[in-house]
Design a protein around this ligand. Structure first.
Ligand code: UD1
Ligand code: UDP
Length: 374
């Protein structure tokens, strides 16, 4: 009997898990398993339990079939390790298609490996562009889209960007957002989460903060000015800050951790699991972040989001009106925070087109019809 074609999906860093989980679920359905097998490859770019295992649990994903264990390192080291290890997997497993998501180092490394072996690559969340080439993610997005064979796009700007870059029209599909599929999946559990109670919080009485972009947290002066702004905000509003490991490392290195740990209205936590983080997001008065995914999730939830960046690769979130870009200087942040603290009602909003929880189903249908039949 000829074995069914194999699809390998590559995950590595925290935001990858939410994007692949719904795809895995659809690929596991009886209709799809008749056509193909699906396995998950975890590069190990993120490896702390709170940055990896927690999401497999919350999103009900199976253990990865392959774990590459690449860990942290410089961009070159990390990317190169994924390439070397993923090539071995591709040579052994001979996938018919490799599926990559997002814009992290694991995404471009797996794309480069597979395309050089002549294996077709599908990129989920293709076409997003911040226009800022100082962001490592922007370089990963451009390079991944230049190489991949199929583009699955979350918002219209992605379609426009890819057409401008001459991506093949017939291989470009506007399907919606699998990250929002995961949100739909986990919302019932988030509504049952004890996290607000555990942290002694009341709905809409706190701000939720996440920071991890190198431009905000790797520079001592920039991180210090952000910490000052957060301390100022904590005078009037409780702050919950699940700290990304990159950020914790720099808060410690720059001697800033003690000041926020000591503040009575500052709740510093480890990175939260997905369900608890959703629970914190949906009940927050507002969210302050530099995350890509959090801009999208707050848009889907109708929660006000202040994004501490000069650009976004997700312009739909600003067009819908839930998200505001705040170029992160002290004065800009102070003004935005004052305004956010005065708002008494959540923003009015509509859902972006196709952010309906069914993106993975569309992707699977297209893969079944097009990618597996070539
Ligand atoms: C990576 C992605 C970024 C994404 C983010 C999501 C790239 C270039 N960057 O950034 O696009 O937004 O993930 O969270 O791919 N560390 C740990 N434990 C871990 C993982 C990391 O302690 O499990 C620490 C290490 O000190 C490491 C640092 O965090 O050096 C940065 O990790 P890395 O994966 O290189 O980049 P992120 O900042 O996490
Ligand atoms: N997230 C989480 N726990 C946290 C912080 C974020 O589960 O403590 C989730 C968030 O809901 C979103 C994803 O992680 O689904 C975003 O990942 P991150 O901000 O690390 O990366 P980015 O989206 O910026 O690449």
């Amino acid at each position: 009997m000829i074995p069914k074609p194999l699809i390998l999906s590559v995950v590595g860093a925290r935001p990858n898990f939410m994007k692949v989980a719904p795809i895995h679920r659809v690929f596991s359905s009886p209709a799809f398993t008749q056509l193909a097998r699906h396995q998950i490859v975890h590069t190990g770019q993120h490896y702390d339990a709170a940055m990896s295992d927690a999401f497999f649990h919350d999103l009900e994903m199976p253990e990865p079939a392959y774990f590459l264990g690449v860990g942290s390192g410089s961009h070159a080291e990390q990317t190169a390790k994924v390439i070397v290890e993923f090539e071995k997997v591709c040579l052994e497993a001979k996938p018919a298609l490799v599926l990559v998501v997002g814009d992290v180092n694991s995404t471009i490394a797996a794309t480069l490996t597979a395309t050089k072996l002549g294996i077709p690559v599908a990129h989920v969340e293709a076409g997003l562009r911040s226009g800022d080439r100082t962001m490592p993610e922007e370089l990963n997005r451009i390079a991944t889209d230049a190489l991949c064979d199929y583009a699955f796009v979350t918002e219209k700007s992605g379609v426009d960007n890819l057409l401008r870059e001459n991506f093949r029209h017939d291989r470009l599909h506007f399907v919606g957002n699998t990250m929002i599929d995961s949100l739909h999946f986990a919302l019932p559990k988030a509504r049952q989460s004890p996290i607000l109670h555990d942290l002694s919080l009341e709905a809409r009485q706190y701000a939720l903060v996440t920071l991890h972009r190198p431009s905000n947290v790797d520079d001592a002066a920039q991180l210090q000015s952000l910490v000052e702004m957060l301390l100022e905000t904590a005078e009037t509003c409780s702050i919950v800050f699940p700290v990304h490991p990159r950020t914790r490392k720099h808060l410690e290195r720059f001697g800033l951790l003690g000041r926020i740990e000591e503040h009575p209205r500052f709740i510093l936590t480890e990175p939260q699991g997905y369900v608890n983080f959703l629970a914190l997001m949906m009940s927050a008065r507002f969210v302050m972040t530099d995350s890509g995914g959090v801009q999208e999730e707050t848009t889907a939830l109708g929660v006000s989001c202040l994004t501490l960046r000069t650009t976004t690769e997700r312009p739909i979130t600003c067009e819908i009106g839930t998200n505001i870009l705040i170029p992160p200087t002290t004065e800009n942040i102070r003004t935005a925070l004052r305004k956010a603290l005065q708002e008494t009602t959540p923003p009015s909003y509509t859902l972006p087109p196709l952010w309906d929880g069914k993106a993975a189903e569309r992707i699977a249908a297209i893969i079944a019809q097009e990618c597996l039949k070539r």
